[in-house]
Design a protein around this ligand. Structure first.
Ligand SMILES: *Cc1c(COP(=O)(O)O)cnc(C)c1O
Length: 462
Protein backbone atom coordinates (compact mmCIF):
# COMPACT_ATOMS: atom_id res chain seq x y z
CA UNK A 1 0.00 0.00 0.00
CA UNK A 2 1.40 3.38 -0.85
CA UNK A 3 0.63 6.27 1.43
CA UNK A 4 -0.81 9.06 -0.62
CA UNK A 5 -0.81 12.65 0.47
CA UNK A 6 1.41 11.87 3.44
CA UNK A 7 1.90 15.02 5.47
CA UNK A 8 5.45 16.31 5.79
CA UNK A 9 5.30 15.17 9.43
CA UNK A 10 4.46 11.60 8.48
CA UNK A 11 7.29 11.52 5.97
CA UNK A 12 9.67 12.84 8.61
CA UNK A 13 8.80 10.16 11.18
CA UNK A 14 11.93 8.01 11.51
CA UNK A 15 11.70 4.23 11.32
CA UNK A 16 10.80 3.03 14.83
CA UNK A 17 13.67 0.60 15.28
CA UNK A 18 17.09 0.80 16.96
CA UNK A 19 19.75 0.87 14.23
CA UNK A 20 23.49 1.20 14.90
CA UNK A 21 25.48 2.13 11.79
CA UNK A 22 28.59 3.33 13.66
CA UNK A 23 29.83 3.44 17.22
CA UNK A 24 27.95 6.01 19.37
CA UNK A 25 28.89 8.82 19.05
CA UNK A 26 29.98 8.20 15.46
CA UNK A 27 32.60 10.05 13.43
CA UNK A 28 30.28 12.81 12.18
CA UNK A 29 29.01 13.60 15.66
CA UNK A 30 32.56 13.56 17.03
CA UNK A 31 33.73 15.99 14.38
CA UNK A 32 30.89 18.41 15.12
CA UNK A 33 31.40 18.03 18.85
CA UNK A 34 35.06 19.00 18.41
CA UNK A 35 33.95 22.20 16.66
CA UNK A 36 31.39 22.90 19.36
CA UNK A 37 34.15 22.85 21.97
CA UNK A 38 35.82 25.76 20.15
CA UNK A 39 32.61 27.76 19.99
CA UNK A 40 30.52 27.12 23.10
CA UNK A 41 31.00 28.03 26.73
CA UNK A 42 32.59 25.22 28.69
CA UNK A 43 29.85 25.37 31.32
CA UNK A 44 27.29 23.75 29.00
CA UNK A 45 27.20 20.00 29.68
CA UNK A 46 25.93 17.23 27.35
CA UNK A 47 24.79 13.75 28.35
CA UNK A 48 25.43 12.06 25.01
CA UNK A 49 27.42 14.07 22.45
CA UNK A 50 25.57 13.04 19.29
CA UNK A 51 24.23 15.61 16.87
CA UNK A 52 20.57 15.07 16.00
CA UNK A 53 19.18 15.14 12.46
CA UNK A 54 15.58 14.28 13.24
CA UNK A 55 13.45 12.71 15.93
CA UNK A 56 9.95 11.34 16.38
CA UNK A 57 8.02 8.60 18.15
CA UNK A 58 10.62 6.89 20.34
CA UNK A 59 13.58 7.43 17.99
CA UNK A 60 16.35 10.02 17.64
CA UNK A 61 18.34 9.86 14.38
CA UNK A 62 21.89 11.17 14.70
CA UNK A 63 24.30 12.63 12.15
CA UNK A 64 25.81 9.19 11.51
CA UNK A 65 22.40 7.65 10.74
CA UNK A 66 22.14 5.79 14.05
CA UNK A 67 18.60 5.33 15.34
CA UNK A 68 18.79 5.77 19.10
CA UNK A 69 15.93 4.83 21.43
CA UNK A 70 14.83 7.92 23.30
CA UNK A 71 14.30 7.30 27.02
CA UNK A 72 14.86 10.98 27.84
CA UNK A 73 12.32 13.06 25.85
CA UNK A 74 14.72 16.00 26.13
CA UNK A 75 14.20 15.79 29.93
CA UNK A 76 10.48 15.06 30.03
CA UNK A 77 9.60 17.61 27.35
CA UNK A 78 8.62 15.73 24.19
CA UNK A 79 6.05 13.50 25.88
CA UNK A 80 3.89 13.54 22.74
CA UNK A 81 6.94 12.86 20.55
CA UNK A 82 9.49 15.26 19.09
CA UNK A 83 7.58 15.76 15.83
CA UNK A 84 3.95 15.07 16.70
CA UNK A 85 1.72 16.07 13.74
CA UNK A 86 -0.81 17.77 16.07
CA UNK A 87 1.97 20.03 17.34
CA UNK A 88 3.92 20.55 14.13
CA UNK A 89 0.88 21.47 12.03
CA UNK A 90 -0.33 24.07 14.56
CA UNK A 91 3.17 25.53 14.84
CA UNK A 92 3.46 25.80 11.03
CA UNK A 93 0.09 27.49 10.80
CA UNK A 94 0.90 29.98 13.59
CA UNK A 95 4.38 30.79 12.28
CA UNK A 96 2.84 31.62 8.91
CA UNK A 97 0.49 34.18 10.51
CA UNK A 98 2.76 35.88 13.08
CA UNK A 99 5.62 34.83 15.33
CA UNK A 100 5.34 37.34 18.15
CA UNK A 101 3.53 40.43 19.31
CA UNK A 102 4.45 40.40 23.01
CA UNK A 103 1.27 39.73 24.94
CA UNK A 104 2.00 42.80 27.08
CA UNK A 105 1.70 44.90 23.90
CA UNK A 106 -1.16 43.31 21.91
CA UNK A 107 -3.24 40.19 22.58
CA UNK A 108 -3.90 36.93 20.73
CA UNK A 109 -6.26 33.99 21.24
CA UNK A 110 -3.68 31.23 21.76
CA UNK A 111 -2.52 32.67 25.08
CA UNK A 112 -6.06 32.91 26.44
CA UNK A 113 -6.93 29.42 25.14
CA UNK A 114 -3.92 27.80 26.84
CA UNK A 115 -4.77 29.59 30.09
CA UNK A 116 -8.41 28.49 29.91
CA UNK A 117 -7.38 24.86 29.29
CA UNK A 118 -4.95 24.92 32.24
CA UNK A 119 -7.58 26.44 34.53
CA UNK A 120 -9.87 23.57 33.55
CA UNK A 121 -7.31 20.74 33.74
CA UNK A 122 -5.42 21.56 36.95
CA UNK A 123 -6.66 19.96 40.19
CA UNK A 124 -9.54 21.66 42.03
CA UNK A 125 -12.76 23.25 40.76
CA UNK A 126 -12.34 26.65 42.44
CA UNK A 127 -12.05 29.78 40.26
CA UNK A 128 -8.54 29.93 38.74
CA UNK A 129 -6.29 32.25 36.78
CA UNK A 130 -3.15 31.52 34.74
CA UNK A 131 -0.08 33.53 33.76
CA UNK A 132 2.29 32.20 31.09
CA UNK A 133 6.09 32.33 31.06
CA UNK A 134 8.86 30.74 29.01
CA UNK A 135 10.84 28.44 31.31
CA UNK A 136 10.24 26.38 34.41
CA UNK A 137 12.61 28.47 36.51
CA UNK A 138 10.91 31.67 35.44
CA UNK A 139 7.50 30.27 36.33
CA UNK A 140 8.70 29.01 39.75
CA UNK A 141 10.13 32.47 40.51
CA UNK A 142 6.86 34.07 39.51
CA UNK A 143 4.92 31.67 41.74
CA UNK A 144 7.10 32.93 44.63
CA UNK A 145 6.45 36.55 43.63
CA UNK A 146 2.70 35.90 43.50
CA UNK A 147 2.70 34.13 46.88
CA UNK A 148 4.65 37.01 48.43
CA UNK A 149 2.27 39.58 46.98
CA UNK A 150 -0.75 37.60 48.19
CA UNK A 151 0.51 36.99 51.75
CA UNK A 152 2.77 39.98 52.39
CA UNK A 153 5.30 37.50 53.79
CA UNK A 154 8.88 36.92 52.54
CA UNK A 155 9.85 33.31 53.37
CA UNK A 156 9.89 30.24 51.13
CA UNK A 157 10.06 26.63 52.32
CA UNK A 158 11.58 24.03 50.00
CA UNK A 159 12.86 20.48 50.48
CA UNK A 160 16.00 18.42 50.47
CA UNK A 161 16.85 16.96 47.02
CA UNK A 162 14.64 19.61 45.41
CA UNK A 163 15.28 21.01 41.93
CA UNK A 164 13.50 24.19 40.88
CA UNK A 165 15.80 25.69 38.21
CA UNK A 166 19.02 27.59 37.53
CA UNK A 167 18.11 31.27 37.94
CA UNK A 168 19.43 32.84 41.14
CA UNK A 169 16.18 32.57 43.13
CA UNK A 170 15.51 29.03 41.97
CA UNK A 171 19.13 28.06 42.67
CA UNK A 172 18.52 29.18 46.24
CA UNK A 173 15.56 26.77 46.20
CA UNK A 174 17.42 23.91 44.46
CA UNK A 175 19.14 21.61 46.95
CA UNK A 176 22.21 20.22 45.22
CA UNK A 177 25.40 22.28 45.27
CA UNK A 178 27.39 20.74 42.43
CA UNK A 179 27.14 21.37 39.52
CA UNK A 180 24.17 23.72 39.84
CA UNK A 181 25.26 26.27 42.45
CA UNK A 182 29.04 26.04 42.56
CA UNK A 183 30.60 29.51 42.34
CA UNK A 184 27.30 31.32 41.67
CA UNK A 185 26.35 32.62 45.13
CA UNK A 186 25.33 34.56 47.09
CA UNK A 187 21.71 33.55 46.65
CA UNK A 188 18.51 35.28 47.81
CA UNK A 189 17.73 34.69 51.48
CA UNK A 190 14.64 33.59 53.42
CA UNK A 191 14.70 30.18 51.72
CA UNK A 192 14.31 27.40 54.32
CA UNK A 193 14.83 23.70 53.64
CA UNK A 194 12.91 20.81 55.21
CA UNK A 195 13.47 17.07 54.72
CA UNK A 196 11.59 15.34 51.87
CA UNK A 197 9.98 12.01 52.76
CA UNK A 198 12.43 9.80 50.81
CA UNK A 199 11.54 6.28 51.92
CA UNK A 200 14.67 4.42 50.76
CA UNK A 201 17.07 6.86 52.42
CA UNK A 202 15.06 7.65 55.58
CA UNK A 203 17.14 6.81 58.67
CA UNK A 204 14.07 5.78 60.68
CA UNK A 205 12.89 3.43 57.90
CA UNK A 206 10.15 3.83 55.27
CA UNK A 207 7.24 3.22 57.68
CA UNK A 208 8.07 6.24 59.81
CA UNK A 209 9.23 8.38 56.92
CA UNK A 210 6.12 10.51 56.24
CA UNK A 211 5.33 11.10 59.90
CA UNK A 212 8.90 12.08 60.86
CA UNK A 213 9.38 14.27 57.79
CA UNK A 214 6.15 16.13 58.61
CA UNK A 215 7.28 16.59 62.22
CA UNK A 216 10.55 18.06 60.92
CA UNK A 217 8.58 20.50 58.75
CA UNK A 218 6.53 21.58 61.79
CA UNK A 219 9.80 22.11 63.74
CA UNK A 220 11.26 24.20 60.94
CA UNK A 221 8.13 26.36 60.78
CA UNK A 222 8.17 26.81 64.55
CA UNK A 223 11.77 28.02 64.26
CA UNK A 224 11.38 30.49 61.40
CA UNK A 225 7.84 31.51 62.35
CA UNK A 226 5.05 30.34 60.03
CA UNK A 227 3.80 33.93 59.81
CA UNK A 228 7.03 34.80 57.91
CA UNK A 229 6.48 32.12 55.24
CA UNK A 230 4.73 33.01 51.97
CA UNK A 231 5.02 29.70 50.14
CA UNK A 232 5.95 26.08 50.43
CA UNK A 233 7.15 24.83 47.05
CA UNK A 234 7.24 21.09 46.47
CA UNK A 235 7.66 18.57 43.65
CA UNK A 236 4.98 15.83 43.83
CA UNK A 237 7.66 13.40 42.61
CA UNK A 238 11.18 14.79 42.71
CA UNK A 239 12.86 15.00 39.31
CA UNK A 240 16.58 15.83 39.26
CA UNK A 241 16.76 14.79 42.95
CA UNK A 242 16.25 11.15 41.99
CA UNK A 243 12.64 10.46 40.95
CA UNK A 244 11.74 10.22 44.59
CA UNK A 245 8.12 9.23 45.16
CA UNK A 246 7.38 10.61 48.63
CA UNK A 247 6.13 8.29 51.36
CA UNK A 248 2.32 7.98 51.26
CA UNK A 249 0.63 10.75 53.22
CA UNK A 250 3.57 13.17 53.04
CA UNK A 251 2.20 15.43 50.29
CA UNK A 252 -1.23 15.57 51.92
CA UNK A 253 0.42 16.36 55.27
CA UNK A 254 2.48 19.22 53.79
CA UNK A 255 -0.66 20.52 52.11
CA UNK A 256 -2.55 20.47 55.43
CA UNK A 257 0.29 22.19 57.35
CA UNK A 258 0.51 24.93 54.71
CA UNK A 259 -3.26 25.52 54.86
CA UNK A 260 -3.22 25.65 58.66
CA UNK A 261 -0.60 28.45 58.61
CA UNK A 262 -1.97 30.44 55.68
CA UNK A 263 1.06 29.49 53.57
CA UNK A 264 0.53 29.25 49.80
CA UNK A 265 1.02 25.61 48.72
CA UNK A 266 2.85 25.62 45.37
CA UNK A 267 3.20 22.39 43.42
CA UNK A 268 6.15 22.28 41.04
CA UNK A 269 4.79 19.94 38.35
CA UNK A 270 7.38 21.11 35.82
CA UNK A 271 8.80 17.60 35.30
CA UNK A 272 6.02 15.29 36.55
CA UNK A 273 3.05 17.18 35.11
CA UNK A 274 1.21 17.13 31.76
CA UNK A 275 0.46 13.44 31.60
CA UNK A 276 3.89 12.04 32.41
CA UNK A 277 2.78 9.91 35.36
CA UNK A 278 -0.48 8.60 33.89
CA UNK A 279 -2.62 11.45 35.22
CA UNK A 280 -2.47 15.02 33.91
CA UNK A 281 -0.80 16.10 37.18
CA UNK A 282 1.22 13.84 39.46
CA UNK A 283 -0.50 15.22 42.59
CA UNK A 284 -3.77 13.72 41.35
CA UNK A 285 -2.48 10.28 42.41
CA UNK A 286 -2.89 11.48 45.98
CA UNK A 287 -5.88 13.75 45.50
CA UNK A 288 -3.92 16.91 46.36
CA UNK A 289 -5.40 20.28 45.39
CA UNK A 290 -2.68 22.97 45.32
CA UNK A 291 -3.08 26.73 45.67
CA UNK A 292 -0.70 27.29 42.74
CA UNK A 293 0.67 24.79 40.23
CA UNK A 294 3.68 25.38 38.01
CA UNK A 295 3.93 23.62 34.63
CA UNK A 296 6.54 23.81 31.88
CA UNK A 297 8.57 21.00 30.28
CA UNK A 298 5.95 18.88 28.45
CA UNK A 299 3.42 21.70 28.15
CA UNK A 300 4.31 22.78 24.60
CA UNK A 301 5.90 19.64 23.12
CA UNK A 302 9.37 21.16 22.87
CA UNK A 303 8.63 24.85 22.49
CA UNK A 304 9.47 27.05 25.46
CA UNK A 305 6.34 27.65 27.50
CA UNK A 306 5.60 27.60 31.23
CA UNK A 307 2.66 28.54 33.41
CA UNK A 308 1.54 29.38 36.90
CA UNK A 309 -2.09 28.41 37.46
CA UNK A 310 -3.96 28.84 40.72
CA UNK A 311 -6.63 30.25 42.95
CA UNK A 312 -8.04 33.43 41.45
CA UNK A 313 -7.75 35.41 44.69
CA UNK A 314 -4.03 34.56 45.04
CA UNK A 315 -3.17 35.07 41.36
CA UNK A 316 -5.05 38.36 41.27
CA UNK A 317 -3.18 39.74 44.30
CA UNK A 318 -0.49 41.07 41.96
CA UNK A 319 -0.94 44.62 40.66
CA UNK A 320 -1.44 45.11 36.87
CA UNK A 321 1.95 45.19 35.13
CA UNK A 322 3.59 43.13 37.90
CA UNK A 323 3.79 39.94 35.82
CA UNK A 324 4.93 39.19 32.28
CA UNK A 325 7.98 39.04 30.05
CA UNK A 326 8.88 39.83 26.45
CA UNK A 327 8.50 36.25 25.21
CA UNK A 328 6.21 34.96 27.96
CA UNK A 329 3.37 33.04 26.32
CA UNK A 330 4.84 33.29 22.82
CA UNK A 331 2.11 32.59 20.21
CA UNK A 332 4.04 29.78 18.47
CA UNK A 333 4.61 28.06 21.84
CA UNK A 334 0.91 28.53 22.68
CA UNK A 335 -0.10 26.93 19.38
CA UNK A 336 2.15 23.98 20.21
CA UNK A 337 0.63 23.69 23.69
CA UNK A 338 -2.88 23.60 22.26
CA UNK A 339 -1.74 20.69 20.07
CA UNK A 340 -0.28 18.89 23.09
CA UNK A 341 -3.39 19.41 25.23
CA UNK A 342 -5.59 18.26 22.34
CA UNK A 343 -3.57 15.04 22.15
CA UNK A 344 -4.31 14.37 25.84
CA UNK A 345 -8.04 14.97 25.47
CA UNK A 346 -9.24 11.39 24.86
CA UNK A 347 -7.16 9.86 27.67
CA UNK A 348 -5.30 7.42 25.41
CA UNK A 349 -1.89 8.97 26.15
CA UNK A 350 -2.51 8.77 29.90
CA UNK A 351 -3.38 5.12 29.37
CA UNK A 352 -0.09 4.74 27.47
CA UNK A 353 1.84 6.24 30.41
CA UNK A 354 0.33 3.65 32.73
CA UNK A 355 1.07 0.84 30.25
CA UNK A 356 4.69 2.05 30.09
CA UNK A 357 4.95 1.72 33.88
CA UNK A 358 3.65 -1.85 33.76
CA UNK A 359 6.03 -2.75 30.93
CA UNK A 360 9.03 -1.16 32.70
CA UNK A 361 8.25 -2.96 35.98
CA UNK A 362 7.91 -6.32 34.20
CA UNK A 363 10.85 -5.76 31.87
CA UNK A 364 13.28 -4.81 34.64
CA UNK A 365 12.08 -7.34 37.26
CA UNK A 366 14.92 -9.80 36.61
CA UNK A 367 17.60 -7.07 36.56
CA UNK A 368 16.31 -5.82 39.93
CA UNK A 369 17.64 -9.05 41.46
CA UNK A 370 21.09 -7.49 41.26
CA UNK A 371 22.27 -6.67 44.81
CA UNK A 372 23.18 -3.15 43.61
CA UNK A 373 19.71 -2.38 42.25
CA UNK A 374 18.24 -0.93 45.43
CA UNK A 375 14.86 0.22 44.17
CA UNK A 376 12.73 0.55 41.05
CA UNK A 377 10.27 3.38 41.60
CA UNK A 378 8.17 6.00 39.91
CA UNK A 379 4.78 6.44 38.35
CA UNK A 380 3.67 6.05 34.75
CA UNK A 381 6.38 6.98 32.26
CA UNK A 382 8.52 8.54 35.03
CA UNK A 383 10.45 5.53 36.34
CA UNK A 384 13.91 5.12 37.84
CA UNK A 385 16.34 2.65 39.36
CA UNK A 386 18.45 3.69 42.34
CA UNK A 387 21.80 1.92 42.63
CA UNK A 388 23.34 1.40 46.06
CA UNK A 389 25.72 -0.94 47.82
CA UNK A 390 24.03 -3.92 49.45
CA UNK A 391 23.14 -3.05 53.06
CA UNK A 392 21.97 -4.83 56.19
CA UNK A 393 18.17 -4.87 56.48
CA UNK A 394 17.03 -1.62 58.09
CA UNK A 395 20.23 0.29 57.20
CA UNK A 396 20.27 3.17 54.70
CA UNK A 397 22.21 1.81 51.69
CA UNK A 398 25.31 3.66 50.50
CA UNK A 399 24.84 5.19 47.01
CA UNK A 400 26.69 3.57 44.10
CA UNK A 401 27.02 6.35 41.51
CA UNK A 402 29.76 4.53 39.55
CA UNK A 403 27.31 1.70 38.82
CA UNK A 404 24.70 4.13 37.50
CA UNK A 405 27.34 5.87 35.35
CA UNK A 406 28.62 2.59 33.89
CA UNK A 407 25.12 1.30 33.17
CA UNK A 408 24.25 4.58 31.43
CA UNK A 409 27.48 4.47 29.38
CA UNK A 410 26.70 0.92 28.22
CA UNK A 411 23.16 1.91 27.25
CA UNK A 412 24.47 4.90 25.30
CA UNK A 413 27.00 2.75 23.44
CA UNK A 414 24.13 0.39 22.52
CA UNK A 415 21.95 3.22 21.23
CA UNK A 416 19.63 3.68 24.22
CA UNK A 417 19.53 7.20 25.63
CA UNK A 418 19.02 7.17 29.40
CA UNK A 419 19.69 9.94 31.92
CA UNK A 420 21.30 9.83 35.35
CA UNK A 421 19.89 11.85 38.26
CA UNK A 422 19.82 11.92 42.06
CA UNK A 423 21.67 13.96 44.66
CA UNK A 424 24.32 11.24 44.66
CA UNK A 425 24.21 10.67 40.88
CA UNK A 426 23.23 7.05 41.51
CA UNK A 427 19.81 6.92 39.82
CA UNK A 428 19.00 6.03 36.21
CA UNK A 429 15.76 7.59 35.10
CA UNK A 430 13.51 6.60 32.25
CA UNK A 431 11.46 9.30 30.54
CA UNK A 432 10.33 7.81 27.24
CA UNK A 433 7.97 9.76 25.03
CA UNK A 434 4.46 8.48 25.82
CA UNK A 435 4.10 7.60 22.13
CA UNK A 436 6.97 5.09 22.17
CA UNK A 437 5.86 1.72 20.77
CA UNK A 438 5.88 -1.36 23.03
CA UNK A 439 8.40 -3.22 20.83
CA UNK A 440 10.84 -0.33 20.89
CA UNK A 441 10.48 0.00 24.66
CA UNK A 442 10.99 -3.75 25.06
CA UNK A 443 14.24 -3.52 23.09
CA UNK A 444 15.43 -0.62 25.27
CA UNK A 445 14.58 -2.50 28.48
CA UNK A 446 16.54 -5.53 27.28
CA UNK A 447 19.58 -3.34 26.62
CA UNK A 448 19.21 -1.72 30.05
CA UNK A 449 18.76 -5.08 31.82
CA UNK A 450 21.83 -6.53 30.11
CA UNK A 451 23.82 -3.43 31.07
CA UNK A 452 22.78 -3.74 34.72
CA UNK A 453 23.65 -7.44 34.77
CA UNK A 454 27.04 -6.90 33.09
CA UNK A 455 28.05 -3.93 35.26
CA UNK A 456 26.93 -5.38 38.58
CA UNK A 457 28.51 -8.78 37.80
CA UNK A 458 31.77 -6.94 37.16
CA UNK A 459 31.38 -4.95 40.38
CA UNK A 460 32.67 -7.96 42.31
CA UNK A 461 31.36 -9.53 45.50
CA UNK A 462 29.32 -7.06 47.55
C1 LIG B 1 13.39 21.37 34.90
C2 LIG B 1 12.73 21.79 36.14
C3 LIG B 1 12.62 23.13 36.50
C4 LIG B 1 13.26 24.24 35.69
O1 LIG B 1 12.75 24.32 34.40
P1 LIG B 1 13.58 25.10 33.27
O2 LIG B 1 12.64 25.16 32.12
O3 LIG B 1 14.79 24.27 33.01
O4 LIG B 1 13.93 26.42 33.84
C5 LIG B 1 11.90 23.45 37.65
N1 LIG B 1 11.34 22.49 38.41
C6 LIG B 1 11.43 21.19 38.09
C7 LIG B 1 10.78 20.17 38.96
C8 LIG B 1 12.13 20.78 36.96
O5 LIG B 1 12.25 19.49 36.66
Amino acid sequence: MTVQNATPEQEAMPEQRRILRTEVPGPRSRERHARRSQVLAAGLGTTLPVFVERAGGGIIVDADGNHLIDLASGIAVTSVGASAPAVVSRVREQVGRFTHTCFLVTEYDGYVEVAARLNELTPGDHPKRTALFSTGAEAVENAVKIARAATGRPGVVVFEHAYHGRSLMTLAMTAKEHPYKTGFGPFPGQVHRAPYAYPLRWPGGPERCAEEALAALEDLLAEVGPQTVAAVVIEPIQGEGGFVVPAPGFLAGVREIAARHGIVFVLDEVQAGIGRTGTMFAAEHEGIVPDLVVTAKALAGGLPLAAVTGRAEIMDAVHPGGLGGTYAGNPVACAAALGVLEMFRDGALLERARAIEAQVRAGLAAAMDSPYAAELRGRGAMMAIEFARPAEPGAVPEPAPEIAQQVAARCHAQGVLVLVCGTHGNVIRLLPPLVIGPDLLADALEVLSAAIEAVTAGAGAP
